[in-house]
Design a protein. Structure first.
Length: 388
């Protein structure tokens, strides 16, 4: 009797853990729409060749993460300065570009390493953008006024290095929210601002690159490039939006949302017989295996009415030592080699390495109906930053 009762308790505990995992991973938010998309895609005619693969890696770059002191943070940055060029110089895309990396650097932490990262950008390895944690680290909750002040201060501080600065002197930036809590989506004192999307737009943000995430903040509108329209009294206004359509410039939204792929991936190394969640992450637990790269190519995000371009946006926390193998170690090196050998033959596939800014420009060119090729679209709307 006792043994039977203990077995029932064990099964119930297992069930409760599964329910908790279901909630924590945000399945209830994105999975219904994912299933609907899979059903719809069964009836879509295969894309004609060549297919252009547009790959972007965005980095929540925090040298002081996990309680690192100044010495550890400096060692982390030095590792990037030495090892990323060494790896990237061995690779090239169809346009003659090296693998591009976008460092979303947090202004609320020590800014002493900005000059180092800018040196990589000046050598053609990528761009710097804005990654902001706010409210939960402060003694007082943010208001609309204080958040705008923080963003404008970041623009001012970073512009000393030419970051965000356009040739005409105006400043434009891309954004990733700390802890994924864009537009107060997590509550609990992490963000606190329900009209954050409008504030970002007004400050010069051209696109958000926060998602996907696995949790409450994840939008229900998945695997799309779309515009979020802000409801200034409601949190998580980006949950749904208007999809970008080729040739349709009637924009009805406040901020472009550039997402990565989210879905289920079968036969992974982690689980042999149950699916893994694909959330476009790169780290020690989400290494870029060849089978995973094939999955990403097959399930890449497209723009409605323009399927020849496939967008893959991967995210990482690149300052952490545990991610280095996937970014500029053996796994990262193998990733680019595999992409260049299988998906850059010029006949069936054409490969393009882009920064977040360049990906935005390509999307906007397709939307405007003026797209001719990727290379000519890289700087079409937001020009290269004037790094100094």
């Amino acid at each position: 009797m006792i043994k039977s009762w203990m077995m029932k308790v064990k099964k119930m505990s297992k069930l409760l853990r599964k329910i908790k995992n279901f909630v924590n991973k945000g399945y209830s938010i994105w999975f219904p729409n994912y299933c609907m998309q899979k059903i719809i895609n069964l009836h879509i005619t295969p894309t004609r060749y060549p297919i252009h693969i547009v790959l972007c890696v965005v980095d929540h770059f925090e040298p002081f993460s996990a309680g690192a002191n100044l010495l550890i943070a400096q060692k982390r940055v030095n590792a990037w300065l030495v090892n990323y060029p060494k790896m990237a110089d061995k690779h090239i895309d169809a346009d003659g570009k090296k693998p591009q990396h976008t460092w979303f650097y947090p202004p609320h932490l020590d800014q002493s390493f900005l000059k180092d990262i800018v040196s990589l950008c000046k050598c053609g390895y990528g761009d710097v953008e804005m990654h902001l944690h706010h409210n939960h680290m402060d003694p007082f909750p943010d208001t609309c006024v204080t958040l705008k002040q923080k963003i404008m201060q970041c623009l001012n501080d970073y512009s000393k290095y030419g970051i965000f600065v356009q040739p005409n002197g105006k400043k434009k930036f891309a954004f990733i929210h700390g802890d994924w809590s864009l537009d107060n989506s997590l509550g609990l004192g992490i963000c606190g601002i329900n009209n954050e999307i409008s504030i970002l737009r007004d400050c010069g943000c051209y696109a958000d690159f926060t998602f996907p995430s696995l949790g409450k903040a994840q939008p229900a509108f998945i695997n799309k490039v779309y515009y979020a329209k802000d409801n200034e009294i409601k949190a998580k206004s980006y949950n749904w939006g208007k999809q970008v359509v080729a040739g349709d410039v009637n924009v009805d939204g406040d901020l472009l949302m550039v997402q990565g792929i989210i879905g289920l991936r079968w036969f992974s190394r982690t689980h042999a017989f149950i699916p893994s969640i694909e959330s476009s992450n790169l780290d020690a637990s989400d290494v870029p295996t060849f089978s995973r790269l094939d999955y990403l190519i097959k399930n890449a995000i497209t723009i409605k009415r323009f399927p020849m371009l496939r967008f893959i946006k991967l995210h990482t926390h690149g300052a952490r030592e545990s991610t280095w193998d996937a970014l500029f170690g053996k796994s990262g090196d193998n990733m680019f080699s595999y992409l260049e050998s299988k998906y850059n033959d010029g006949n069936k596939y054409v490969l393009h390495y882009v920064t977040a800014r360049e990906m935005y420009n390509i999307i906007k060119t397709v939307e405007a109906g003026t797209f001719l090729n990727v290379q000519d679209s890289r700087n079409s709307f937001i020009g290269p930053y004037c790094y100094v």
